[in-house]
Design a protein around this ligand. Structure first.
Ligand code: G1P
Length: 294
């Protein structure tokens, strides 16, 4: 069954980006001039997703507005013959159908996903978290859809290898490899210490899930951090049904923190022919200015 819908939870307060997030949604913070959320939605759309469901909290209207048409701005650009900009703005406003549901209390990722139950109905769906941007010609979430299609529509969790000291930042899967990159899962644990981690295969927040997950989410107790964890529900699901983990291909930027954000900014500037030369000369000038030799 084709995956038509994707849940993107955006209710988080973005405390790692304070003070900016005091007044603006973390998701709207741009890498150069493109908001981070644009990359996440684009990944889903390029994978064939037709409807995005944002799980929101107060102060997130700008994310919904960003993907809506802005008639006033369009009229202004048209009057001023800014054709290129007008096309760009129209394209973003009609990129995908967007709906949203409120998460009234921040009780964890499992709770956030459960809020979208009615909007998903009885079909498989994708979940993408906004803290990681993954760049690849075949979108990471599409790669997971492909594995799901090859395995009778099973749930598939996207994973990547992390150093042992980082297992405590992620959901970690365990299972047995059935191909080079795919495992049949036997369990999943939220943020284990390196000592307790069953593997070093971590999810940066790319999931294909089946609707059975909702009834599990309704029953699980609070887990790590006293929150309702999606990881705990997936752990239950894989005891009942085939669930796979897949090492997707792609370059991943951890834009949920300031260091990863800086990496992505420099990388994207160097990759883009319009900004590349300026970035190189800026770096060269600043290294000289501060007497830094590499
Ligand atoms: C969440 C999930 C975790 C996942 C991570 C990816 O944690 O609970 O399993 O690995 O996102 O970013 P958070 O980073 O929201 O604490």
């Amino acid at each position: 069954m084709k995956i038509r819908k994707a849940i993107i939870p955006i209710a988080g307060k973005g405390t790692r980006f304070l003070p900016a997030t005091k007044e603006i949604a973390k998701e709207i913070i741009p890498i150069i001039n493109v908001p981070m959320i644009h990359y996440i939605v684009e990944e889903a759309v390029n994978a064939g997703v037709e409807q995005i469901i944002f799980v929101t909290s107060s102060g997130k209207y700008s994310v919904e507005d960003y993907f809506d048409r802005n008639q006033e701005l369009e009229a202004f650009l048209e009057r001023n013959n800014k054709t290129k900009e007008l096309e760009l703005i129209k394209r973003i406003g009609s990129m995908v159908s967007v709906t949203s549901v409120r998460q009234k209390e921040q009780l964890g990722l499992g709770h956030a996903v459960l809020m979208a139950k009615e909007m998903i109905g009885n079909e498989p769906f994708a979940v993408l978290l906004g803290d990681d941007i993954v760049i690849n010609d075949i979108p990471a979430i599409r790669q997971l859809m492909n594995v799901s299609e090859e395995n009778h529509g099973a749930a598939v969790i996207g994973v990547m290898e992390v150093p042992p000291e980082d297992t405590s930042k992620y959901g970690i899967v365990k299972g047995d490899f059935i191909t080079d990159r795919t495992l049949r899962m036997t369990g999943m644990v939220e943020k284990p210490s390196s000592k307790d981690a069953p593997t070093n295969l971590a999810t940066p927040g790319r999931y294909i899930l089946t609707p059975e997950i909702f009834s599990i989410l309704e029953k699980i107790p609070r887990g790590a951090g006293n929150e309702y964890q999606l990881t705990d529900a997936i752990n239950v699901l894989c005891q009942k049904k085939d669930v796979f983990a897949h090492k997707f291909i792609g370059e991943r930027f951890d834009t949920g923190n300031v260091h990863g954000y800086l990496d992505a900014t420099i990388d994207f500037a160097l990759k883009n022919p319009e900004t590349r030369d300026q970035m190189i000369s800026s770096i060269r000038t600043r290294l000289n200015k501060y007497g830094i030799t590499l």
